[in-house]
Write a protein of this length. Structure first.
Length: 355
């Protein structure tokens, strides 16, 4: 008779909407893990999140949590510029790490994280690109790999939010939103992004003052496959993420039919998910469960710190393209280290996604 391992003792760093959602997820829907510590300098947010995980303890800093309680793993759900200060001590402590996107806020920081991780015997960091766990994207990737409709020629992607939070900047269109497409395009095509261009149409008058959006971001991969991404973040009607894949002999579409379509009284309509939590809720559940299961095995099971580094390089070029109005090349500083040539999983990018 096999004995189940003790639950993974998890610290959740950042008790905002994403962090609190993960606390709730681990407590109610994930097996093999429990939330032991919640870290947030905002006492009110930390306390509210702790109510979702009976027995958890709150801390103002990750260092305090490391000293006070026994931990096996950490989920980082803070803004990107706060990731490195948590990741580095977590690596030193040998913890399993799930870092929400982006890996970090700069290429230099992402590279430092990749270099620090390689001092260990194996990868410990998984990056929270949850779209790799979404059924639609997995089916689309399988279709690309099978080649039933010939080669993939282009992708039309739309990433639409109802509104933006306070202090949302133009660069965040790339670093906080399009960063998901930056990861998913290589995941679907099996090759790296080599250039970025940004076009700005007529401005949405509903956007906050100073924010120029929507924008259209054009990515080119190594073989010449193009991906155009519409990023609209004040579109009001709800949260919508769609992808149309153009093949030599057909088109495949995902993201438009999450809910029932009703024809009635001379009209056809369907509801739209209000936020990312509803649109990708099952993908998040799958991501976290597989991360927990892999941590028990001493592995990761999804995008690595290397994938996070690649995304940060493309995002950097994207922000430059926003400013220059030109097609900007993407230049990766290093080739993929052998350290990251681990076993492939459904949510692991092909090894061809190197520079």
């Amino acid at each position: 008779m096999s004995v189940s391992p003790a639950p993974l003792r998890v610290a959740v760093v950042g008790a905002g909407a994403m962090g609190a959602d993960h606390v709730r997820r681990i407590t109610t829907r994930i097996s093999g893990a429990e939330v032991t510590a919640i870290v947030d300098p905002d006492t009110g947010r930390a306390t509210a999140a702790a109510e979702l995980a009976p027995g958890s303890v709150t801390f103002a800093s990750f260092e305090e949590a490391l000293e006070a309680v026994e931990l096996d793993a950490v989920i980082i759900a803070t803004p990107g510029f706060l990731h490195e200060p948590v990741i580095l001590p977590a690596l030193d402590a040998g913890l399993a790490i799930l870092s929400e996107k982006p890996l970090s806020d700069t290429v230099e920081s992402s590279l430092r994280i990749v270099e620090a991780e390689q001092k260990l015997a194996r990868p410990h960091i998984q990056v929270g690109f949850m779209r790799r766990f979404d059924a639609g994207y997995l089916q689309l990737r399988e279709l690309v790999e099978r080649g039933d409709n010939g080669a993939l020629l282009a992708l039309h992607c739309a990433h639409r939010n109802p509104s933006t939070p306070p202090n949302y900047s133009e660069s965040a269109l790339i670093t906080d939103s399009v960063i998901h497409e930056i990861d998913i395009v290589p995941f679907l095509t099996g090759e790296p992004i080599v250039s970025v261009e940004v076009k700005k149409p007529r401005r949405n008058s509903l956007a906050p003052d100073g924010l120029v959006e929507p924008q259209f971001v054009l990515f080119e991969t190594a073989s010449g496959t193009l991906a155009i991404v519409e990023i609209s973040v004040n579109i009001q009607f709800g949260y919508q993420v769609t992808t149309d894949a153009v093949f030599e002999s057909g088109v495949a579409s995902i993201g438009r039919a999450e809910t029932i379509q009703i024809a009635s009284a001379g009209q056809i309509g369907q509801s739209v998910t209000p936020s990312f939590k509803e649109r990708f809720g099952l993908a998040y559940d799958t991501e976290i469960q597989r991360w927990v299961d892999a941590a028990h095995r001493g592995e990761i099971d999804g995008p690595s710190a290397w994938d996070g580094y690649l995304a940060s390089v493309v995002a950097d070029a994207g922000v430059l393209a926003q400013q220059s109005g030109k097609k900007e090349p993407v230049t990766y500083a290093i080739e993929k280290p052998a350290f990251y040539e681990t076993r492939q999983s459904l949510a692991t990018a092909p090894s061809s996604a190197t520079a």
